[in-house]
Design a protein around this ligand. Structure first.
Ligand SMILES: *[C@@H]1O[C@H](CO)[C@@H](O)[C@H](O)[C@H]1NC(C)=O
Ligand SMILES: *[C@@H]1O[C@H](CO)[C@@H](O)[C@H](O)[C@H]1NC(C)=O
Ligand SMILES: *[C@@H]1O[C@H](CO)[C@@H](O)[C@H](O)[C@H]1NC(C)=O
Ligand SMILES: *[C@@H]1O[C@H](CO)[C@@H](O)[C@H](O)[C@H]1NC(C)=O
Ligand SMILES: *[C@@H]1O[C@H](CO)[C@@H](O)[C@H](O)[C@H]1NC(C)=O
Length: 365
């Protein structure tokens, strides 16, 4: 008993040095989490709150749970994790906010040549986190001094993945950003951060990789030792991330959820050894689990149906994005989260199916 209470006391008094991490829905630091913001029409009750609900999954989860509050609140994982950005004592931090659809401002940059990529790097001298997401006009600039959720991002589904990394991993992360070529709309890289992370300084200046290969894959290890695989491509790669690289790299058929309301959508593709299917419907498990069409969902993720991978990232499957930068972050821990979500997908056209090994129809359950 004495041991137990002294352990408890130690736990309460122990403040970790590198406290800049992802925070979970419980309010505690977590190694990583995924948030799936649900489309507005899946909700019932108060209409103003629909589109602010989300599902939550982290390293301790067996299944998705309901978000603790609304996505615009700082008690939830996303708002809580981003809080240090909006505090007035944040001068010791370095951060890079990037989004091809940045929050509105008077100076509007042309983003169409930049990577189709959205995210946040937030770090102190010990480490920090990388948040990769699909949310337009998000998050607010540090100078806005408050966390908020853009009204324009309420209607559709969105995905966000946050991973806590030790400082050294930001070298590899920033190298990946020289491929994805993000539009940086806010940053601070003062003191020795700029020297420590020369790639990051290049990225902030709008520089990118200048010679092939035009894609790069690195293994990243989180603070607690979990393994992630980051895939990044520059526009000159000139092919679809999923059918042109990822399916082969992961050695598996892929089911890909992406935004379907753009022109030049790529159909499911069974021409390679590994097939790539466009997800058309997503459903959370359980009788009350919300279900929705891909047309209501701006999120970007994929899963290998037989395991062991799932990825959350930047890219849709369309012709334009074959020629833009962007990437995705894959991990085997994510598989049990995403595997159950695929409700329906588009089979390949009969013509290409005839030439393909295996039968995609056999995958329907
Ligand atoms: C979140 O948005 C809802 C609906 O617009 C609003 O009623 C609520 O006050 C917001 N909460 C916060 C913490 O901003
Ligand atoms: C910044 O202020 C918050 C409270 O607003 C406090 O919890 C935190 O410890 C402070 N951080 C630093 C680095 O002083
Ligand atoms: C299928 O994917 C491969 C590799 O990206 C590509 O070369 C081919 O053109 C694609 N086929 C269709 C019909 O999109
Ligand atoms: C780039 O993608 C091609 C497939 O298009 C793949 O074969 C190659 O291994 C990738 N290169 C790197 C450096 O990952
Ligand atoms: C999904 O789309 C189909 C047609 O594409 C439509 O019939 C169906 O009602 C939609 N379902 C939802 C839940 O929006």
């Amino acid at each position: 008993m004495a041991t137990l209470s002294s352990l408890l006391l130690t736990a309460l008094l122990w403040v970790p040095v590198g406290t800049l991490t992802c925070y979970g829905d419980s309010g505690q630091p977590v190694d990583w989490f995924v948030v799936y913001k649900l489309p507005a029409h899946t909700g019932s009750g108060d209409a103003t709150q629909n589109g602010l609900r989300y599902k939550y999954f982290d390293e301790h989860s067996e299944d998705w749970s309901d978000g603790v509050g609304f996505i615009n609140s700082t008690t939830g994982a996303v708002g809580r994790s981003l809080l240090p950005l909006y505090r007035n004592n944040n001068s010791q931090l370095a951060f890079v906010l990037y989004n091809d659809q940045p929050p509105k401002s008077s100076e509007s940059k042309d983003s169409s040549s930049r990577g189709h990529t959205k995210g946040v790097l937030l770090l102190d001298q010990e480490g920090g986190f990388w948040l990769i997401h699909s949310v337009p006009n998000f998050p607010p600039r540090a100078s806005s001094a408050v966390y908020s959720w853009p009204p324009g991002a309420q209607k559709y589904g969105q995905t966000l993945i946050c991973v806590s990394f030790p400082l050294t991993q930001f070298l590899d992360i920033s190298k990946q950003l020289t491929y994805t070529y993000p539009l940086v709309y806010d940053h601070r890289l003062e003191g020795d951060f700029a020297q420590k992370f020369p790639y990051l300084e290049e990225v902030v200046k709008g520089h990118h990789v200048r010679q092939g290969p035009w894609n790069s894959s690195v293994t990243l290890t989180s603070k607690k030792g979990a393994t992630f695989q980051s895939f990044a491509k520059f526009g000159n790669f000139g092919d679809d991330l999923y059918s042109g690289w990822l399916a082969e790299a992961l050695g598996s058929t892929l089911q890909v959820q992406f935004w379907q309301r753009s022109s030049g959508i790529l159909p499911s593709n069974c021409s390679g050894a590994q097939h790539v299917f466009d997800v058309t419907q997503t459903a959370f498990p359980g009788p009350a689990g919300p279900a929705f069409n891909a047309t209501e969902d701006h999120s970007k993720w994929c899963v290998t149906p037989k395991g062991p991978w799932a990825c959350v990232g930047d890219m849709n499957r369309n012709q334009r994005e074959e020629h833009r930068g962007g990437g995705t972050l894959c991990a085997q821990m994510l598989w049990k989260a995403f595997k159950p979500l695929v409700k329906a997908w588009e089979p390949c056209e009969k013509k290409s199916r005839a030439y393909s090994l295996g039968s995609p129809a056999g995958l329907w359950t």
